[in-house]
Design a protein around this ligand. Structure first.
Ligand code: NAD
Length: 455
C-alpha cells in the first residue's frame, strides 16, 4: 500500500487515482479547478466515463480516495506523485502544433517547492521525448532539501473504456533514469513495481526517453492505420470495391491481426491522436528527420471530413434549407469529450451551407452548446432529432444509433430519406430494403429497393 498523489484530476488523473485507490492505495487527487473538486467531494463525476462514478464513490466511502485543491496537503502526504495535467496543443512556428508543457512545468515547480521528503515524481501526461529530463532539472533548480526520482509512466487508456483499460492494461511502461554505469535506477523501479504488483499484465522497464516515445509512437502507429484504411476506402469508392470486405480480408493476416485499426470512416479526433502526432512530427523536425509520413497521416485524416461533406452534398444536390439530423457529437462513443471531434467541422460546415441542423448525442449535449451556440437545434432524444428530416448524418457510432429502429426512423423522415453513415455501421443491402438512399465510406452507394422508393 502506497501514499499516492495525483496532480490533475481530468480523464486520466481521475481514472488513475480511482483505480489505484481500488487496488488498496491511499490516493489524494489534487486539481486547480475548484468547481471540479467540489463536485467530486459530493461523488459527482465531472466527465462521462462508464463505471467511473461507482468506483469513485466506493473508494471515497472506504476513505482511500480524497479530492483537494490544497497542493501542500497532496504533495506532503504522498510518496509517489503522478503528474496528470493537460498538455494541450499550442501553435508553433513550423505550422503543426506543439504540446504546451506549461502545466507540467507548473506541477513540477509545485512539487519542488512543497516536497518534505524523498518523492518519486511520475509523469503520466503525454509529453515530447526528454520532458522527464526537464522535470528533473526543474525540480533540481529549486534545491529541494530532499532526494527525488523522476519516472515516465505513460497512459494508454481509451476514453469511453478508461476504467476497463486501466484495470486491465495491455502493458505498463515504466521509464527511469540511468546511473553512472548505464543501469536503470533501482529505487524508483522497485517502488513502481510494488505499486503495480496487483495488475496482471506485462511491465516494460526502460529508460525515460524510450517510455516517452513508446506513447507517441503507439498513437502515431494507430493513427497511421486509420489514415491508411481511409485512403484504401477512397480507392474502393473509385473502383466499386467494398472497404469492409477489404479490411476483413486484411485482418485475417496474423501479422495484421483482428484488432487492427482498420475501420474506414471520417477519421480520428480527440485530445490525443492529432496532438500527439503533431508533437512527434515536430520532434522529428527538430532532429532533422524527415517527418513526411506523419504529415501525410494528418492530411489524409483532415481530408476525410471534407470527403464526407462532399458525399453529403452530392447526395442531397443542394444543402440549403435541408433538414439534417447530425447524430453523435463526441469524438468517439461512450465519452462526452468533444475535443477536436470531427462533428465540430461537419456540423459547422453544414450550417454554413444553410442546412437546418438538428444535433443529438447521448452524452455530449452540454459540450455541444459551447461549440454550436444558437446555430443548431438541440434534440432531446433520437426521435426528436430524426423526425421530419431529409437526411441523417451519422458522425459517432454510439450503440444507441447502432441499435436504432431503422424501419420506424425511415417512417419518421421525409421522402426521400437519405442516410449518410460516416462510420460504416449499417448493412447497405438492409438499408436499401428499408427504403433509404444510403451512403457510407468506401462502399458502393445504395438506392432504395424499387418498391420502397416512395414509402
Ligand atoms: P484533462 O484536461 O481532462 O485534465 C487535466 C486536469 O489537470 C484538469 O482538470 C486541469 O484543471 C488540471 N490541471 C492543470 N494544471 C494543473 C496544475 N498545475 N495543478 C493541478 N491540476 C492542474 O486532460 P486529460 O485528458 O486527463 O489528459 C491529461 C494528460 O494525459 C494529457 O497529457 C493527455 O495527452 C494524456 N492522455 C490523455 C488520454 C485521454 O484519453 N484523455 C489518454 C492518454 C494520455
Amino acid at each position: 500500500m502506497k501514499n499516492v498523489g495525483v496532480i490533475g484530476t481530468g480523464y486520466v488523473g481521475l481514472t488513475h487515482g480511482a483505480i489505484l485507490a481500488e487496488k488498496g492505495n491511499n490516493v489524494i487527487c489534487y486539481d486547480i479547478d475548484r468547481e471540479k473538486i467540489e463536485r467530486l467531494h459530493k461523488g459527482q463525476i465531472p466527465i462521462y466515463e462508464p463505471g467511473l462514478e461507482q468506483l469513485v464513490r466506493k473508494n471515497l466511502g472506504e476513505q482511500r480516495l480524497e479530492f483537494t485543491t490544497n497542493k501542500d496537503f497532496c504533495i506532503k502526504e504522498s510518496d509517489i506523485l503522478f503528474i496528470c495535467v493537460n498538455t494541450p496543443p499550442k501553435q508553433s512556428t513550423g505550422g503543426l502544433r506543439k504540446a504546451d508543457l506549461s502545466y507540467v512545468e507548473h506541477a513540477a515547480r509545485d512539487i519542488a517547492e512543497k516536497m518534505n521528503g524523498y518523492k518519486i515524481v511520475v509523469d503520466k501526461s503525454t509529453v515530447p521525448i526528454r520532458t522527464g529530463e526537464k522535470i528533473y532539472e526543474t525540480l533540481k533548480k529549486f534545491h529541494p532539501p530532499h532526494n527525488f526520482d523522476v519516472v515516465s509512466n505513460p497512459e494508454f487508456l481509451r476514453e469511453g473504456r478508461a476504467v476497463e483499460d486501466s484495470m486491465n492494461p495491455d502493458r505498463i511502461v515504466i521509464g527511469v533514469m540511468r546511473d553512472g554505469e548505464g543501469n536503470l535506477l533501482e529505487t524508483p523501479l522497485e517502488n513502481m513495481r510494488e505499486l503495480y504488483q496487483n495488475f496482471n499484465t506485462k511491465i516494460v522497464e526502460t529508460d525515460i526517453w524510450s517510455a516517452e516515445l513508446i506513447k507517441l509512437a503507439a498513437n502515431a502507429y494507430l493513427a497511421n492505420q486509420v489514415s491508411f484504411i481511409n485512403k484504401i476506402a477512397e480507392l474502393c469508392a473509385a473502383t466499386g470495391a467494398d472497404v469492409s470486405e477489404v479490411a476483413k480480408g486484411m485482418r485475417l493476416d496474423r501479422r495484421i491481426g483482428q484488432y487492427a485499426f482498420l475501420n474506414a470512416g471520417i477519421g480520428f479526433g480527440g485530445s490525443c491522436f492529432p496532438k500527439d502526432i503533431e508533437s512527434l512530427h515536430n520532434i522529428m523536425m527538430e532532429e532533422q528527420i524527415n517527418p513526411e509520413l506523419l504529415k501525410q497521416v494528418l492530411e489524409v485524416n483532415n481530408a476525410q471530413k471534407y470527403y464526407f461533406l462532399k458525399m453529403i452534398e452530392e447526395g442531397l444536390w443542394t444543402i440549403r434549407d435541408k433538414q439534417i439530423a447530425a447524430l453523435g457529437l463526441a469524438f468517439k462513443p461512450d465519452t462526452d469529450d468533444m475535443r477536436e471531434a470531427p462533428s465540430i467541422e461537419i456540423v459547422n460546415k453544414l450550417n454554413d451551407e444553410g442546412a437546418k441542423v438538428r444535433v443529438y448525442d447521448p452524452k455530449a449535449m452540454e459540450q455541444a452548446r459551447s461549440h454550436f451556440g444558437d446555430n443548431v437545434t438541440y434534440a432531446k432524444n433520437l426521435e426528436e432529432a430524426v423526425i421530419g428530416t431529409d437526411a441523417i448524418v451519422l458522425i459517432t457510432e454510439w450503440d444507441e444509433f447502432k441499435n436504432m429502429d431503422l424501419e420506424s426512423t425511415k417512417k419518421m423522415m421525409n421522402t426521400p430519406a437519405n442516410f449518410f453513415d460516416g462510420r460504416n455501421v449499417f448493412n447497405p443491402k438492409k438499408m436499401s430494403e428499408i427504403g433509404f438512399y444510403y451512403y457510407s465510406i468506401g462502399r458502393p452507394h445504395i438506392e432504395p429497393r424499387k418498391e420502397n422508393k416512395k414509402q
